[in-house]
Ligand binder design. Sequence first.
Ligand SMILES: [Zn+2]
Length: 410
Amino acid sequence: MLTNSSFNAFRNTVSRSDENSTTIPSSERETVFLNALKDELVKIGLSNVRIHPVNSYLIAELPSNLDHDVPVLGLISHVDTADFNSVDIKPKIVENYDGKSIIKLDKEGKITLDPKVFPSLTKYAGQTLITTSGDTLLGSDDKSGVSEIVTTMEYLLDHPEIKHGKIVIGLGPDEEIGTGADKFDVKDFGADFAYTVDGGPVGQLEYETFSAAGLKVHITGKDVHPGSAKGIMINALTVANDFQNDLPSDEVPEKTEGREGFFHLLSLNGTVDAAEMSYIIRDFKRDGLEARKDKIKQIVQELNQKYGEGTVSIDMNDQYYNMYEVMKDHMDVVKIAEQAMKNLNIEPDEAAVRGGTDGSKISFMGLPTPNLFAGGENMHGRYEYVSEEAMEQAVNVILEIIKLNNDRQK
Ligand SMILES: [Zn+2]
């Protein structure tokens, strides 16, 4: 059922975002891709196709063909790809995969998809896989979501006998660098409920995410000649070491899972004279996040007592919050997606996301937005793959949500 035009999203379209940029979109490549996609949405017959002047979301509408009002559905995905080579992506098709064989990705066969290394492959026996050629990512995250949303719209336009309410779609930039939804315009978008189509394997339905903060630690040392340093020198690197050692050593990404939070040291740069550390802080509970921030403040205070006032200073900012704080009052939006999956014999997989989604921010802006599966596996690298059947199931789930929505009251 995937159309040629939507499958083309994977080909020859570099749209990697750039975390060192401050423009929106962060890269010119994304603008080129969004403009090409805009022409396609006009061509297939969607209405009010436009790129939002501030947030650069490509927005389009499919008007209702019902004779009564139902809630307006929003469908959201992101066009940028992750921080990995995305130049000259050459997707490979493996038809009727047997679920056992090792798939050679590059010409020499040095880079492979081996079911012993990636047991998820066994789930795809009998299906058609789309893989990389070994030297790039695939971009399934989230061009699968883009393709699935566009394919759904095209299907509805080709089948006017299928009844549906008004649908708005938003295909945005810069999710992978964490800024894409910062300026999302809920009022302009005009949806009453929405889903990001940006999850992993079939069945994923996510409405709980981390609550997140970012931390920069600035340390000012006192550099004097080491031969006469006793009682005078403050080595900024020693202070940095103390700072890290004062944090609970078990609460790091490599030792936590499920609903456990962490402090994660991302970088440490410095000399005796000065040092800078960068952390991310994550917790599923808001008061848990606050407790972690309090712990940081306490360490700063203690180190300044030990080494002298002004030795350590910090910048700490909240980044996003667990969307469940919003979703708990809008569980009907989760229930309709659950029901849609069950109607299609798909078992909903509702694990909490150890990360954030664009929907975490958009939900807090007033539009409840859980995350639906887009079907991809091994995201963000050369082992990324997606099956055509998984993508079709994503389209079918969206169509089923649209059908179920016809009986809901606006
Ligand atoms: Zn994504």
